[in-house]
Design a binder for this molecule. Structure first.
Ligand code: FMN
Length: 180
């Protein structure tokens, strides 16, 4: 796939209406290739936890207990959606006490994530980056194993492509560029 086609045709896959399976070998290859992302000081500030298909239910139950406390319906709908995925990635950034380095780390993570989503797209694996409000809950961070010097920046849902791929939302390609 041409790079420009990959950038243009990648979509966030948001429909999880059937049991999905993905190629974990292709996933791991993409996870490693994506480390060629630019990152200042070679701090390589990314950390990924792979939740394989067979562990999705366990993750959902563990996280939901705190994310949706006393909300059994939400817990169940989270379980029903997440267990259909082909897998899930927990996205973690190394925090830095220095302002500039912390910004660089988070920007580098975004570059890593885009590499990853494009490579997975090319490999026929769909993605959707999810940033639910509970990523900031200390209990959720703890049960997932996020360290004090790390930020939990979301989950990457991994899907097959046998689903309805949403249409591309038009982008504004002109009005954010000006001449100096
Ligand atoms: C950092 C980040 C966080 C996102 N969080 C969510 C989310 O919580 N829920 C969701 O459905 N989509 C989420 N998305 C996906 C966006 O909604 C999606 O990228 C956007 O609608 C554009 O669609 P496209 O990715 O198909 O081009 C997120 C994307 C990014 C980059």
């Amino acid at each position: 796939m041409e790079l420009r086609d990959a950038i243009s045709s990648r979509r966030s896959v948001k429909i999880f209406d059937h049991d999905m399976h993905i190629d974990d070998t292709a996933l791991y290859e993409a996870l490693k290739l994506s480390t060629d992302a630019p990152n200042h000081g070679m701090r390589e500030p990314w950390r990924i936890i792979h939740v394989s298909k067979d562990r999705l239910g366990d993750l959902s139950r563990t996280v939901s207990r705190y994310a949706f406390r006393n909300e059994p319906e939400k817990q169940q709908s989270h379980y029903d959606a997440v267990t259909k995925l082909g897998g899930l990635l927990v996205l973690i950034v190394k925090r830095d006490p220095r302002q500039k380095e912390n910004l660089e780390n988070h920007l580098a993570f975004g570059a890593y994530a885009q590499n990853l989503m494009l490579l997975l797209h090319e490999a026929g694996i769909g993605t959707c980056w999810k940033t639910p409000p509970y990523i900031f809950m200390p209990k959720v961070r703890k049960v997932i194993g996020v360290e004090d010097d790390e930020d939990l920046v979301g989950f990457l849902y991994l899907t097959d492509m046998d689903t309805k791929i949403p249409p591309k939302k038009p982008r504004h390609t002109e009005n954010f560029i000006s001449e100096y």
